[in-house]
Ligand binder design. Sequence first.
Ligand SMILES: NC(=O)c1ccc[n+]([C@@H]2O[C@H](COP(=O)([O-])OP(=O)(O)OC[C@H]3O[C@@H](n4cnc5c(N)ncnc54)[C@H](OP(=O)(O)O)[C@@H]3O)[C@@H](O)[C@H]2O)c1
Length: 347
Amino acid sequence: MLNWGVMGAGGIAYVFCNGMRFTDSGQILAVASRTQSRIDRLANDYNIPRQYSDYDSLLTDDDIDAVYIATIHPLHEEWAIKCAEAGKHLLIEKPISMNHAEAAAMVEAARENDVFLMEAFMYRCHPQIAKVVELIQDGTIGEVLVIRSTFSYRSNFNPQSRIFNREMGGGGILDIGCYTASMTRKIAGAAANELFLNPIEVKGNGKVGPTGVDHIAAATLKFENGIIGEIIAAVECSVGSSVFIYGSEGSITIPSPWLPSSPCRHAREPLPLDTVFPSTKIIVESQQNRQEITVDVDRDLFTYEADTVANHIADRQAPAMSWDDTLGNMQLLDAWLAEVGVVHLVT
Ligand SMILES: NC(=O)c1ccc[n+]([C@@H]2O[C@H](COP(=O)([O-])OP(=O)(O)OC[C@H]3O[C@@H](n4cnc5c(N)ncnc54)[C@H](OP(=O)(O)O)[C@@H]3O)[C@@H](O)[C@H]2O)c1
């Protein structure tokens, strides 16, 4: 059983701790946060025995095997490298870093210090994605031609929030565009019998707001196998959140690509241990047929993520989101941000 330390006690840390209650692959041993009220809430709700008011204390706690970095993204690189140097395995919230260069340094630190590292794309750990890959590789929709991937929500403009504040790594491309980029690369890869593919061309456009970060952004991608991808990320308005894959003989729709089967994501308190986790659906249409495929689950989305770490820790990376996959994704985000004209301040 892995002993986890949680670094940063914000919104997603609460969700992850809830998910950890539904597995015996690990337990939350410690939480580190700069904010006492957050420590209190997390520690009380999840009976976390060790509480630290600074992140450094997690590094020196010899009983911690793995650290879940759940801070705002500009802090990911610094703390991931410190954790790796302290011999801690790593699960790091998405986006893993502010850019490709930072991600490369983090991967190098994991390699040099022989620790596990995975970017926390929880949707990649859910059985839904394995089913989609299987459908594509079985030729269910023929040759894959176009992938359209969207993640969006409406957030009221607040220059102090991590969504809009440039110093805090704001903007939709980093916050949610990373999902659309990683999904499109995953599907294009599945069509080529690879774990992922990187695009050979990226063209983008977007709306940049007064704080210098993107509110709405779109990009078109071209892959070496001819697939065209369209990715959209918006934090100013909702334009849907779904994935469509069009092939020569049909299409696949993923109505709930990012947060399937996750009561933990919306819970404001620890969920009962007899919680039933909802299945999710994939729609396949070809010729005159329309088929709804149900993907059943036995855990929360975030439990699958924690279990993925535990199952692959000895390999130091997981096929759900390998090091090269993460590096390719960050390269795409760099290109997309440059096309839209967003320059992030990175120290
Ligand atoms: N996988 C998912 O579904 C998902 C969902 C949401 C967010 N995320 C990712 O998780 C990370 C955290 O997002 P969140 O929504 O949890 O954010 P949040 O609720 O605003 O929490 C931000 C966290 O960052 C820490 N932090 C450190 N320095 C900070 C600073 N100068 N200003 C503000 N916060 C600071 C805070 O730590 P203290 O506790 O020490 O105060 C807090 O725990 C982001 O990288 C985000 O992209 C992932």
